[in-house]
Design a binder for this molecule. Structure first.
Ligand code: PEP
Ligand code: MN
Length: 289
């Protein structure tokens, strides 16, 4: 089982800690839009604000993100509410910039095997959330994580965000098997992304609960103050007022699968910021090479 990972001195993910719900808009569109989500997160005790400043869009005609201005908005809003920022570095050249503004670097699904990007993230001291490529096997995903770790950064979270299957009724297919499997095989916490896995706001809650039941240590959830008007991923975005129900249901399912409440009461790391990760459980990644 993965050792817990301290994202900050009072934010811990992994082992049997309560599920860390990271939330925010797909894309940062404005200060007001981002702040509306963050204010509700703070009210609910959530600590990690997501939002894309550099967006990997299928069409070059789609909104590509606000760039540096988006990073500035994320930082300002997060600081107002005492939140951490997770945002995507789309290219190697973004890594220093993202590391300057954000607390956690996200590597997107389309970039899972962009090795120079993995190396660059591995040379930072920031936690890295590595999304599974939507056409990648578990083995490829774990070996991609290994590329980050080999550069000296073991502060990794693996994120299952749905894979492409024959099914077209949903945007992707949540691979709950993979969540359970990497929990056994990898030394890193596992995050579920029910938003990209389903592509439908009405399926986000059940997919989130399935991810938690399968062992996810955290969730990455898209939330927008006005989903029909969202510039990116509106159909899969929860409304701000939906977030409280999700957080409550996730806590209940988390408790049912043995997650304790210690972190909610404020647990501090034993003598340091980061637990030493045990190299013992690399079976799949390290024997499959
Ligand atoms: C995102 O989280 O906004 C995103 C682009 O996700 P993915 O890389 O999983 O498509
Ligand atoms: Mn999105």
């Amino acid at each position: 089982m993965a050792s817990p990972l301290w994202l900050a001195s009072d934010v811990v993910v992994g082992a049997s800690r309560p599920v860390v719900v990271m939330a925010g808009p797909c894309a940062v569109e404005s200060y007001a839009q981002t702040r509306a989500v963050a204010a509700e997160m703070a009210r609910l005790g959530l600590r990690v604000l997501r939002g894309g400043a550099f967006k990997p869009r299928t069409s070059p005609d789609s909104f590509q993100g606000l760039g540096v201005e988006g990073l500035q908005i994320l930082r300002a809003v997060a600081d107002e509410f005492g939140l951490l920022v997770i945002t995507e570095a789309l290219g190697v050249e973004h890594v220093p910039l993202v590391a300057e503004y954000a607390d956690i670097i996200q590597i997107g699904s389309r970039n899972m095997q962009h090795y120079p990007l993995l190396w660059a993230a591995g040379e930072t001291d920031k936690p890295v959330l590595l999304k599974r490529g939507f056409m990648s096997t578990v083995r490829e995903w774990l070996l991609a994580a290994e590329h980050i770790a080999r550069r000296g950064n073991e502060r990794i979270m693996l994120c299952e965000r749905g894979i492409r299957t024959f099914e077209t009724a949903t945007r992707n297919t949540l691979d709950a098997n993979a969540i359970a499997l990497v929990k056994q095989e990898a030394p890193w916490p596992v995050i579920g992304d029910p938003s990209h896995a389903t592509g439908r706001a009405d399926l986000v809650l059940p997919a989130a609960l399935a991810a938690v039941a399968a062992g996810a240590d955290g969730l990455l959830v898209e939330v927008h103050p006005n989903p029909p008007e969202a510039l990116s991923d509106g159909p899969q975005s929860l409304r701000v007022e939906d977030l409280a129900g999700l957080v409550e249901a996730v806590a209940r399912v988390g408790a049912a699968v043995g997650r304790e409440g210690a972190a909610r009461r404020g647990v501090s790391p034993p003598g340091g910021n980061i637990d030493k990760l045990s190299p013992s459980a690399y079976t799949l990644a390290r024997t499959a090479r």
